[in-house]
Write a protein of this length. Structure first.
Length: 256
């Protein structure tokens, strides 16, 4: 398993909400491990979702009215908006999404539009077959759990992790979310603070499955996201932190 990098790419002590553009940080030494990098940049009401990872991918399906908008952003002057009525970005099954026993990091900024139960990021196959690689998901439970972030994971057979942040919020505020897997530990960080973790002993039973990725909703019409997402990065083979860290104040780098 890969070593983690504490407080990766330092910056100031908190992220800055920006309405205009800002240059990406200069160089990510672990850029080669980035599987997906969505800055959320685009025209108002745009339907192009550019992946700036080393192996750029396009959604296999853009479902509903998901779009880039300029009404809200953290960086770059735009973000991705989900309207809560079936919107999602779906990426085709590939081993790039299968994390197996490796460390990983999923991070993004999220601003809910209203109190809602939101599916934000899911690696899964739909429908879910037994014996597949790690399946995991990130939700923001604005109705059923006081606006807390939930992370859950299956090992192909059993639920092995189900944890929630202590911070809860329902609307009109941006939060920086980071989920990590480091060794056996899964952790949730909100605005740079480690709020929950668990270290299950059960490992995945299959590390070779091609997995799908859903952003905004799973294949089934449950927990449909309603809000804005900005600056999403999925890193495989690296836990970028295992505790508190400094949230970046500029967009993630597009190169080493």
């Amino acid at each position: 398993m890969s070593a983690f990098r504490p407080a990766a790419f330092g910056g100031s002590k908190a992220f800055i909400q920006k309405g205009g553009s800002a240059p990406p940080l200069v160089g990510d030494p672990d850029y080669d491990k980035v599987m997906l990098l969505l800055h959320g940049d685009g025209a108002n009401n745009g339907t192009v979702f550019t992946d700036n990872s080393p192996s750029a991918k396009s959604p296999s399906a853009v479902v509903g009215n998901v779009k880039t908008v300029t009404a809200q952003s953290v960086f770059g002057g735009s973000s991705i908006y989900f309207d809560g009525t079936g919107d999602r970005l779906e990426y085709a099954a590939t081993k790039d999404w299968g994390v197996g026993p490796d460390d990983f990091t999923v991070e993004f900024h999220w601003r809910p539009d209203t109190a809602n139960d939101n599916t934000l990021f899911v690696v899964n196959n739909d429908p879910y077959p037994s014996g597949q690689d790690f399946a995991f998901g990130i939700r923001h439970l604005g109705v059923t759990n006081a606006g807390k972030i939930q992370f859950y994971a299956y090992n192909g057979v059993n639920l092995i992790a189900n944890i929630n942040s202590t911070t809860g919020w329902t609307a009109s505020t941006w939060k920086a979310i980071r989920i990590v897997h480091a060794g056996n530990m899964f952790g949730i960080m909100v605005d740079g603070i480690l709020e929950a973790s668990v270290s299950p002993t059960i490992q995945a039973v299959n590390f070779s499955s091609a997995m799908k990725l859903f952003i905004g909703m799973q294949g089934a019409a449950t927990y449909q996201a309603k809000g804005w997402m900005d600056e999403l990065r999925f890193t495989k083979g690296l836990a970028r932190s295992t505790g508190n860290y400094t949230v970046d104040t500029q967009p993630f780098p597009n190169s080493l």
